[in-house]
Design a binder for this molecule. Structure first.
Ligand code: DAK
Length: 258
């Protein structure tokens, strides 16, 4: 595995785990960290021994946002040209599912990173927020769009305009978070979810992620059209034949990702 300075990377069975590791800055997302994160995720995405990924931070902070110290003096042109910006689009292009395991501060770009993942498992201490307004800016990586589509306009407005923070319990109630666990257990809970997905038919998992993600981005008619195409496409896979044969023969399916 490649050497990194701002992240720790490991593989647990079929789950590729990336841990953000800038504890001195509460895992603030600078360009170097984002470069490494994208490199690691792309490597896992292209590795057949990985079926699902997980991004996590520390107990104290998933990530306290983009690195304010790096951004403070930036000009508009520097912001436009910084590859940091493009990493967020590339993140959305990762084909395999990503589970975010969130504890402590999950703010600004950190909250946007968690929302760019496909599922969130939180510790009871997690705090979600978009506090950019305190810096004289607004969210720039999905904090006004993904957040609003998930928690609704009323709560999103308060978060974006008045720095309202959500507890883990509130975030779960609003549909932002899949599961909440005590701080000692949230990593295991996230890993269990990721391991479950990682053991399933790989091509169908990717198709399922693509179809559900599309539901947030398109009309119902276009979404149904994509779903139908992906559904029928899966009948060209060996895994579909294997899955249905295994059901009929009352045995466990042996997925090949083909
Ligand atoms: N950036 C840089 N350093 C940070 C940081 C951040 N976001 N958050 C914390 N730190 C650093 C602190 O400066 C401090 O460093 P030292 O002073 O010790 O050197 C260290 O981490 C510990 O922080 P505190 O001493 O402040 O710790 P506390 O427990 O007292 O407070 C806190 C924790 C999370 C409440 C506080 O640190 C805080 O308010 N942090 C800032 C949160 C914030 O405003 N986040 C939003 C940043 S703006 C885009 C993509 C992304 C973005 C924008 C565009 N495009 C693709 C276009 C994202 C923007 C943002 O996220």
């Amino acid at each position: 595995m490649a050497e990194y300075e701002n992240i720790l990377v490991r593989q647990e069975d079929r789950v590729g785990v990336v841990q953000l590791n800038r504890p001195q800055a509460l895992n603030a997302l600078n360009s170097a960290l984002m470069t490494e994160l994208m490199h690691a995720l792309r490597a896992f995405d292209g590795d057949d021994s990985v079926g699902c990924m997980m991004i996590t931070g520390s107990e104290k902070a998933f990530a306290a946002g983009a690195d304010i110290k790096q951004m403070a003096q930036a000009s508009v042109v520097q912001m436009m040209n910084d590859p940091f910006i493009y990493y967020w689009d590339q993140l959305a292009a990762i084909a395999k599912p990503i589970v975010a395991a969130v504890s402590g501060w999950c703010l600004g770009g950190g909250c946007e990173l968690a929302m760019a993942c496909d599922m969130i498992v939180a510790s009871e201490t997690a705090k979600f927020g978009q506090p950019e307004i305190n810096l004289g800016i607004i969210p720039g990586a999905g904090g006004t769009q993904r957040l609003t589509r998930t928690v609704g306009k009323a709560v999103a407005m308060e978060m974006v305009l008045n720095d309202r923070k959500l507890s883990a319990a509130e975030a779960q109630q609003l549909g932002l978070v899949n599961r909440v666990a005590p701080v000692e257990q949230y990593m295991d809970a996230a890993l269990e979810l990721a391991q479950g997905i990682a053991q399933r038919a790989p091509v169908a998992v990717r198709a399922g992620k693509e179809a559900v993600t599309k539901a947030y981005e398109t009309t119902l008619a276009e979404g149904l059209h994509l779903e139908r195409r992906l559904f029928t496409m899966l009948f060209a896979t060996a895994d579909q034949k294997e899955g249905m044969a295994a059901f009929i023969e009352k045995r466990k399916a042996n997925w090949r990702g083909q």
